[in-house]
Design a binder for this molecule. Structure first.
Ligand code: ADP
Ligand code: MG
Length: 395
């Protein structure tokens, strides 16, 4: 699969529609984290340098009521984008119609406009073909750089792509190369580290990675369902009773495939889900009935680190413990440190909370790639076809 990327297009003097992911967190009309806008800059700057006319758009939040339309406007995003680009950005508070069309017709090469939240149109999330066709009619080429919505078939990605030559932006290209690379043709050994809250959220990921990985290391809350399947006492730890049989099946599957599936040997426990309560490290065999496991222990960190030695590709999804509380962050920090020290390995994080953990704990620069899409990266790791990617033109 070779998809067109933005550098494959001849954009000079052309009206280029750009689907970006400007779905930034907002509070009281203010942007609280502009990372997604920053991530869109390479593609936008490239197009401006090449003399394109950019028509950029995105969704922002969920739009269910008329009232949502007052608070979910992209106007503050356009203002921030102008600051980051150090150039005028015209904001058009419309999603279609004469005002928007006139603004586009007035554009000069190297200018950029942002139009209003795509979800103000009810047809957006239904991928209404008329809406996709209409938006496509506003430009001559389409660049999709919104990986965060690639798992959705919406009018602003798939719908437009059905009508125009479409290329991936640089951010989308990175995600295809890295996350797509893991599921398609990883350099081996491929080691997957899976954690996070629940087995049920990650069944698809585990099943797909059993087919691809050489080793799977399991930590986080989901490890207890696996330990339970091995008849261990797990006290009050997180358990998905109805997934115990599945955990057993997954372990058998891994064995049959010759994939090493490795569970922690010790855990950090507490009697309460709190950073103020006492905590201790015990062997997985010694979890008391009134204790819950909230992190992997030091021996497990050492074990996982040893198993990571020599890895050529590492994909990490799901924190090793309740990293939001400092007493239970050491497992996640330890694994980040080990991954940071691996030589010659491509190291990738997929998953919203895992990405947040790596950034909060100060490891953002230590990975080859941190995915920008939470749900999209999970579905990609499950081996699903993402409509936003599939609809990009072939080279
Ligand atoms: P991601 O968003 O990267 O896919 P998840 O959403 O699956 O990750 O999981 C993240 C959450 O898992 C974190 O909020 C973390 O506190 C929680 N978690 C990790 N280990 C445990 C544990 N042992 N018990 C309870 N929750 C845990
Ligand atoms: Mg999550």
């Amino acid at each position: 699969m070779a998809k067109k990327i933005v550098t494959d297009l001849n954009v000079k003097g052309k009206k280029v529609l750009v689907r970006v992911d400007f779905n930034v967190p907002m509070k009281d009309g203010m942007i609280t984290n502009d990372n997604r806008i920053v991530q869109a800059l390479p593609t936008l700057k490239h197009l401006l340098n090449e003399g394109a006319k950019i028509i950029a758009f995105s969704h922002l939040g969920k739009v269910k009521t008329e009232e949502d339309k007052l608070t979910k406007t992209l106007k503050p995003v356009a203002t921030r984008l102008a600051e980051l680009l150090e150039q005028d950005v015209k904001f058009v508070p419309e999603t279609k119609g004469a005002v928007l069309e006139a603004a586009i017709n007035d554009m000069k090469d190297g200018q950029i406009i942002v139009f209003e939240n795509t979800r103000f149109e009810a047809g957006e999330t239904k991928n209404d073909p008329e809406l996709g066709k209409y938006w496509a009619s506003l430009g001559e080429l389409f660049v999709n750089d919104a990986f965060g919505t690639a798992h959705r078939a919406h009018a602003s990605n798939k719908g437009i792509a059905a009508n125009l030559e479409t290329a991936a932006g640089f951010l989308m290209e990175k995600e295809i190369n890295f996350i797509g690379g893991v599921v398609e043709a990883p350099s081996r050994p491929l080691v997957a580290i899976l954690g996070g809250a629940k087995v049920s959220d990650k069944i698809g990921v585990i099943e797909n990675l059993i087919e691809k990985a050489d080793k799977i290391l399991i930590g986080g809350g989901m490890m207890f369902t696996f330990l339970k399947a091995l008849d261990q006492n797990i006290g009050k730890s997180l358990l998905e009773e109805d997934k115990v049989a599945l955990a057993k099946t997954l372990m058998e599957k891994a064995k049959a495939k010759g994939v090493k599936l490795i569970l922690p040997v010790d855990v950090v426990t507490s009697k309460e889900f709190s950073n103020d309560a006492d905590f201790r490290t015990v062997s997985v065999a010694d979890i008391a009935p009134d204790e819950m496991g909230l992190d992997i222990g030091a021996e497990s960190i050492a074990l996982f680190s040893k198993e990571l030695e020599g890895a050529k590709t590492v994909i990490w999804n799901g924190p090793m413990g309740v990293f939001e509380m400092s007493n239970f962050a050491k497992g996640t920090i330890g694994i980040c440190e080990t991954i940071a020290g691996l030589k010659g390995a491509t190291t990738i994080i997929g998953g919203g909370d895992s990405a947040a953990a790596a950034m909060d704990l100060g490891f953002a620069d230590q990975f080859t790639h941190i995915s920008t899409g939470g749900g999209a990266s999970l579905e990609y790791l499950e081996g699903k076809v993402l409509p936003g990617i599939e609809s990009i033109s072939e080279k």
